[in-house]
Design a protein around this ligand. Structure first.
Ligand code: DC
Length: 217
């Protein structure tokens, strides 16, 4: 039997990361936050004093990426948010990161979260979730996270940054953010972490039952 692969896509601060991590734990699967790949590439370019919009520089950082680079604790700063969004626009960078993501999933199965997992990275994944929430709700969540980390930013600033990242994710020409045709949509605007997990569990159970039924016929 092929190892189980679950694709979880959606916009920033939709709750997809928390959900994907939890699903992976519940199912005993490895978990990969693919946003960290783009963040680590951005960090490497910034460390080298380079421009994150430079395709040759960013692609060479992507090719040199090691799993240890994903463990860095400085990948979630506002500076890296902006630079990651820039390197993610570059087709050379996206191509260089494809094998890493596919090999990770192929080894033991996995839950991967990102923007293009169900559409580009793993289009054959048997279970795909597309997690969304309203911009206002996502801004509130991200603002609270930042406040807890001691960062100063107003809710309006955080919402404007998120709107800009949404625009960049949705409008880019390579691998834009959109639900795969066979993804199940999960709107978490009015759901807390627990309710989101329960809703996703129900979707996964249903898909697994359908897969088992079709393998028996
Ligand atoms: O999910 P995140 O905020 O950590 O993602 C960081 C950046 O990388 C963000 O600008 C979107 C981009 N990204 C992407 O283009 N494709 C992915 N599979 C994951 C993230």
């Amino acid at each position: 039997m092929k190892p189980l692969v679950i694709a979880v896509d959606g916009p920033a601060a939709s709750g997809k990361g928390t959900l994907a991590r939890r699903l992976a734990k519940a199912l005993g699967l490895p978990y990969l936050d693919t946003g960290l790949l783009y963040r680590a590439v951005a960090r490497a370019v910034l460390d080298a004093g380079g421009n994150p919009a430079d395709p040759a520089l960013a692609a060479s950082a992507a090719r040199a990426l090691t799993p240890a680079a994903l463990e860095r604790t400085d990948l979630r700063t506002p500076e890296v948010d902006r630079a990651a969004s820039m390197v993610a626009q570059l087709p050379e960078v996206r191509a260089a990161l494809l094998d890493f993501q596919r090999n990770f999933a192929a080894e033991h199965g996995a839950v991967l979260d990102g923007r293009d997992i169900g559409t580009v990275v793993l289009p054959d994944a048997p279970i795909k979730l597309f997690v969304t929430a309203s911009l206002a709700e996502r801004a509130k969540r991200r603002w609270r996270e930042r406040k807890d980390r001691g960062e100063v930013a107003t809710l309006a600033e955080v919402q404007a940054e998120l709107a800009e990242r949404d625009r960049a994710d949705v409008e880019r020409t390579v691998a834009p953010l959109r639900p795969a045709a066979d993804a199940v949509l999960l709107d978490t605007t009015t759901l807390d972490v627990e309710a989101t997990f329960r809703a996703a569990q129900a979707i996964v159970r249903e898909r697994l039952a359908a897969m088992n039924a079709s393998s028996l016929t």
